[in-house]
Design a protein around this ligand. Structure first.
Ligand SMILES: *Cc1c(COP(=O)(O)O)cnc(C)c1O
Length: 369
């Protein structure tokens, strides 16, 4: 049996008639930047999340960068961000001229609030909470801490579309939140795409201007800006998929339960724990074992694709070697980089495939190789 890590072709087969109709309309209208299709998606996405404003942008990295810029973050400022994440949540801080300050993460793979408290200085302006793998960070403590210290809270929701704390969606807790619609994300476009969401009209307008050469129309430049826009073809695809994303998240959660039931207590395998009162969206289903590389190799030989998110904690990437940070500064992130393995968890997986993955993992640990 073959179990790929993702199956975007399978998803396309399901959506093909709807998508082709939506794309055809865009081609017939002849508008390929901005316009009604983009606004319509922005409104639907904001409403579904429970936030006032959404601004479509070019990708999730730009969504983070433009959020930081809109908050006025720049040279001389420090922004606290987790050591265990995709590099966007650190590199965009540097791109504004500010300094990324790395913290360790907790047992849920999200930013350690205890460590955030230790890293506060009089230069700290903001904290980036990454809801990694689809698991909401401890937003209850983070919102309190940011309020108390007059810091901005930025949510990186690139892996957390419609993850929830209580009944409230991730992306509605901070001053501003960044979403990615990279093709393999829980809500994915057919190319790069992203969005910034916020309750604050002035921030939404600032992001919209920054993303569009400083203006809301072609001949207006209140400041210098950038070119980072969600295009109508991507917006149309996202509008179609928005009707399915909740069902897909439910499927991911069912798969996660299946894994949990069949993989708990096998060898030294550690299965993901869900933070109380949250709804995980299982963008990734990440297990840990001290024999990660051997397990990955074994599963690959059995036709099962897995990935490692991530092979190196950010402070140990060559990009940050100048910071000379050491593993004892980030005990969890340092351990995770050697142990994590992401199993396939996309919605279209069949029960037979899930069963096969679990059987092969059991076999690996029984044989002890
Ligand atoms: C995917 C991702 C991003 C970046 O999104 P792009 O659309 O690829 O630029 C940022 N943060 C995290 C945690 C991500 O997983």
């Amino acid at each position: 049996m073959r179990v790929p890590f993702v199956d975007l072709k399978g998803q396309y087969a399901l959506l093909q008639p709807e998508l082709e109709e939506a794309f055809k309309n865009i081609f017939l209208q002849g508008q390929f930047v901005g316009g009604g299709e983009v606004h319509s998606f922005e409104e639907k996405f904001a409403t579904k999340l429970g936030v006032r404003h959404c601004v479509g942008v070019g990708n999730g990295t730009d969504a983070l960068f433009l959020s930081l810029k809109a908050l006025g973050i720049g040279p001389g400022d420090e922004v606290i961000t987790p050591a265990w994440s995709w590099i966007s949540s650190a590199e965009t801080i540097s791109q504004t001229g500010a300094t990324p300050i790395f913290t360790d993460v907790d047992e849920f793979y999200t930013i350690s609030v205890d460590d955030v408290e230790k890293k506060l200085t009089n230069k700290t302006r903001a904290v980036i909470a990454v809801h990694l793998y689809g698991q909401p960070a401890d937003v209850t403590r983070l919102t309190q801490l940011c309020k108390l210290n007059q810091l901005f809270l930025i949510e990186d929701c690139a892996q957390a579309h419609f993850s929830k704390m209580g009944s409230v969606c991730a992306g509605t807790f901070g001053d501003v939140a960044a979403f990615s619609f990279y093709p393999t994300k829980n809500l994915g476009a057919y190319g790069d795409a992203g969005a910034v969401v916020t309750h604050h009209a002035h921030l939404a307008e600032k992001v919209r201007r920054l993303a569009n050469h400083g203006g809301l129309s072609k001949d207006e430049h209140l400041m210098e800006g950038f070119n980072s826009r969600l295009d109508p073809l991507q917006a149309a695809a996202l509008s179609v998929k928005l009707n399915y994303v909740m069902t897909w998240n439910d499927r991911r959660n069912e798969h996660a339960s299946f894994y949990h039931d069949h993989l708990s207590g096998i060898g030294d395998l550690i299965v993901p724990q869900v933070r109380p009162q949250t709804t995980h969206s299982f963008h990734l289903y990440v297990v840990r074992t001290s024999r990660r590389d051997l397990l990955k190799q074994f599963l690959s030989e059995q036709g099962i694709e897995t990935q490692v998110h991530y092979p190196r904690a950010l402070p140990f990437e060559p990009a940050y070697q100048g910071l000379t940070l050491r593993s004892e500064h980030f005990p969890n992130a340092s351990k995770f980089q050697q142990e994590v393995l992401s199993l396939p968890v996309y919605p279209e997986l069949t029960e037979a495939q899930l069963g096969y993955v679990c059987d092969q993992i059991k076999k690996f640990f029984q044989h002890g190789d």
